[in-house]
Design a protein around this ligand. Sequence first.
Ligand SMILES: Nc1ncnc2c1ncn2[C@@H]1O[C@H](COP(=O)(O)OP(=O)(O)O)[C@@H](O)[C@H]1O
Ligand SMILES: [Mg+2]
Length: 146
Amino acid sequence: MKRILVATDGSEHALTAAQLAAELAAGMGAELHVLAVAYRDRSDEEELRDFAKIEHLGGMLNVIGEIAKSHAEQARRQVETQGIKTVKVSVAEGDPTEEILAFIQKNTIDAVVVGRRGRSRVAGLLLGSVSQKLATLAPCIVIICP
Ligand SMILES: Nc1ncnc2c1ncn2[C@@H]1O[C@H](COP(=O)(O)OP(=O)(O)O)[C@@H](O)[C@H]1O
Ligand SMILES: [Mg+2]
Protein backbone atom coordinates (compact mmCIF):
# COMPACT_ATOMS: atom_id res chain seq x y z
CA MET A 1 0.00 0.00 0.00
CA LYS A 2 1.62 3.22 -1.16
CA ARG A 3 -0.84 6.03 -0.55
CA ILE A 4 -3.43 6.36 2.22
CA LEU A 5 -6.04 9.13 2.44
CA VAL A 6 -7.95 10.28 5.49
CA ALA A 7 -10.99 12.46 4.76
CA THR A 8 -12.03 14.79 7.56
CA ASP A 9 -15.04 16.99 8.31
CA GLY A 10 -13.63 17.96 11.69
CA SER A 11 -15.81 15.51 13.64
CA GLU A 12 -14.66 13.27 16.48
CA HIS A 13 -15.20 10.30 14.15
CA ALA A 14 -12.90 11.80 11.54
CA LEU A 15 -10.21 12.37 14.16
CA THR A 16 -10.41 8.70 15.10
CA ALA A 17 -10.03 7.94 11.40
CA ALA A 18 -6.95 10.19 11.23
CA GLN A 19 -5.41 8.31 14.13
CA LEU A 20 -5.94 4.94 12.45
CA ALA A 21 -4.72 6.28 9.10
CA ALA A 22 -1.51 7.48 10.77
CA GLU A 23 -0.95 4.07 12.35
CA LEU A 24 -1.50 2.33 9.01
CA ALA A 25 0.75 4.74 7.11
CA ALA A 26 3.53 4.37 9.68
CA GLY A 27 3.23 0.59 9.74
CA MET A 28 3.23 0.26 5.98
CA GLY A 29 5.63 3.05 5.11
CA ALA A 30 2.88 4.62 3.02
CA GLU A 31 2.41 8.25 2.06
CA LEU A 32 -0.39 9.92 4.07
CA HIS A 33 -2.83 12.47 2.64
CA VAL A 34 -5.43 14.52 4.49
CA LEU A 35 -8.41 15.97 2.62
CA ALA A 36 -11.16 18.25 3.94
CA VAL A 37 -13.96 19.24 1.58
CA ALA A 38 -15.61 22.61 2.12
CA TYR A 39 -19.35 22.24 1.81
CA ARG A 40 -22.56 23.82 3.00
CA ASP A 41 -24.22 22.04 5.85
CA ARG A 42 -27.82 23.21 6.28
CA SER A 43 -27.57 23.09 10.05
CA ASP A 44 -24.64 25.52 9.93
CA GLU A 45 -26.05 27.91 7.38
CA GLU A 46 -27.53 30.60 9.60
CA GLU A 47 -24.55 30.70 11.87
CA LEU A 48 -22.25 30.88 8.88
CA ARG A 49 -24.17 33.75 7.36
CA ASP A 50 -23.83 35.79 10.54
CA PHE A 51 -20.16 34.94 10.73
CA ALA A 52 -19.67 35.99 7.12
CA LYS A 53 -21.30 39.35 7.81
CA ILE A 54 -19.16 40.01 10.82
CA GLU A 55 -15.96 39.05 9.09
CA HIS A 56 -16.84 40.87 5.83
CA LEU A 57 -15.42 37.96 3.94
CA GLY A 58 -17.74 38.52 1.02
CA GLY A 59 -19.89 35.43 1.21
CA MET A 60 -20.19 31.92 2.47
CA LEU A 61 -17.61 30.17 0.35
CA ASN A 62 -14.68 31.88 2.01
CA VAL A 63 -16.02 31.00 5.41
CA ILE A 64 -16.64 27.34 4.68
CA GLY A 65 -13.24 27.21 2.99
CA GLU A 66 -11.62 28.52 6.17
CA ILE A 67 -13.54 26.00 8.26
CA ALA A 68 -12.40 23.13 6.01
CA LYS A 69 -8.84 24.40 6.21
CA SER A 70 -9.00 24.36 10.01
CA HIS A 71 -10.37 20.79 9.93
CA ALA A 72 -7.50 19.72 7.68
CA GLU A 73 -4.93 21.39 9.95
CA GLN A 74 -6.47 19.74 13.00
CA ALA A 75 -6.02 16.34 11.31
CA ARG A 76 -2.45 17.29 10.38
CA ARG A 77 -1.65 17.98 14.03
CA GLN A 78 -3.27 14.71 15.01
CA VAL A 79 -1.17 12.61 12.63
CA GLU A 80 2.00 14.60 13.36
CA THR A 81 1.75 13.81 17.06
CA GLN A 82 1.74 10.16 15.98
CA GLY A 83 5.09 10.58 14.31
CA ILE A 84 4.04 11.17 10.69
CA LYS A 85 6.08 14.10 9.43
CA THR A 86 5.38 14.05 5.71
CA VAL A 87 1.60 14.35 5.60
CA LYS A 88 0.15 16.10 2.55
CA VAL A 89 -2.80 18.32 3.38
CA SER A 90 -5.42 19.39 0.82
CA VAL A 91 -8.69 21.30 0.85
CA ALA A 92 -11.31 20.95 -1.87
CA GLU A 93 -14.69 22.53 -2.38
CA GLY A 94 -17.96 20.96 -3.50
CA ASP A 95 -19.86 17.77 -2.84
CA PRO A 96 -17.81 15.83 -0.25
CA THR A 97 -18.27 12.36 -1.81
CA GLU A 98 -17.55 13.57 -5.34
CA GLU A 99 -14.47 15.50 -4.27
CA ILE A 100 -13.11 12.57 -2.23
CA LEU A 101 -13.65 10.21 -5.18
CA ALA A 102 -11.93 12.64 -7.57
CA PHE A 103 -9.00 12.97 -5.15
CA ILE A 104 -8.67 9.18 -4.90
CA GLN A 105 -8.46 8.88 -8.68
CA LYS A 106 -6.13 11.81 -9.23
CA ASN A 107 -3.68 10.70 -6.56
CA THR A 108 -4.05 6.93 -7.09
CA ILE A 109 -4.96 6.40 -3.44
CA ASP A 110 -4.83 2.76 -2.28
CA ALA A 111 -7.00 3.12 0.84
CA VAL A 112 -9.30 5.82 2.18
CA VAL A 113 -10.07 6.05 5.90
CA VAL A 114 -13.24 7.78 7.11
CA GLY A 115 -15.40 7.90 10.21
CA ARG A 116 -18.66 5.97 10.50
CA ARG A 117 -20.46 9.24 11.11
CA GLY A 118 -19.60 12.87 10.67
CA ARG A 119 -20.83 16.19 11.91
CA SER A 120 -24.44 16.06 10.73
CA ARG A 121 -25.54 13.10 12.88
CA VAL A 122 -28.87 12.40 11.16
CA ALA A 123 -30.74 10.30 13.72
CA GLY A 124 -31.54 6.76 12.69
CA LEU A 125 -28.77 6.31 10.15
CA LEU A 126 -26.12 3.79 11.06
CA LEU A 127 -23.66 5.20 8.56
CA GLY A 128 -23.32 8.77 7.35
CA SER A 129 -24.09 9.44 3.72
CA VAL A 130 -20.49 10.18 2.76
CA SER A 131 -19.08 6.98 4.31
CA GLN A 132 -21.99 5.02 2.86
CA LYS A 133 -21.46 6.31 -0.69
CA LEU A 134 -17.70 5.85 -0.50
CA ALA A 135 -18.14 2.23 0.59
CA THR A 136 -20.13 1.64 -2.58
CA LEU A 137 -18.35 3.86 -5.09
CA ALA A 138 -14.67 4.15 -4.16
CA PRO A 139 -12.24 2.32 -6.48
CA CYS A 140 -9.93 1.56 -3.54
CA ILE A 141 -9.99 -0.02 -0.07
CA VAL A 142 -12.42 1.82 2.22
CA ILE A 143 -11.86 1.71 5.96
CA ILE A 144 -14.75 2.98 8.07
CA CYS A 145 -13.86 3.70 11.71
CA PRO A 146 -16.45 3.10 14.41
N1 LIG B 1 -16.77 17.43 3.92
C1 LIG B 1 -16.02 16.37 4.17
N2 LIG B 1 -14.69 16.38 3.85
C2 LIG B 1 -13.93 15.31 4.09
N3 LIG B 1 -14.37 14.18 4.69
C3 LIG B 1 -15.66 14.13 5.04
C4 LIG B 1 -16.56 15.20 4.79
N4 LIG B 1 -17.79 14.84 5.25
C5 LIG B 1 -17.66 13.61 5.76
N5 LIG B 1 -16.39 13.16 5.65
C6 LIG B 1 -15.87 11.86 6.11
O1 LIG B 1 -16.93 10.93 6.14
C7 LIG B 1 -17.16 10.48 7.48
C8 LIG B 1 -18.66 10.25 7.67
O2 LIG B 1 -19.34 11.49 7.55
P1 LIG B 1 -20.81 11.57 6.95
O3 LIG B 1 -21.02 10.42 6.04
O4 LIG B 1 -20.97 12.95 6.39
O5 LIG B 1 -21.73 11.36 8.24
P2 LIG B 1 -22.87 12.32 8.85
O6 LIG B 1 -24.05 12.11 7.99
O7 LIG B 1 -23.04 11.81 10.24
O8 LIG B 1 -22.33 13.73 8.76
C9 LIG B 1 -16.54 11.56 8.37
O9 LIG B 1 -16.15 11.03 9.65
C10 LIG B 1 -15.32 11.95 7.54
O10 LIG B 1 -14.28 10.98 7.70
MG1 LIG C 1 -21.71 14.75 7.04
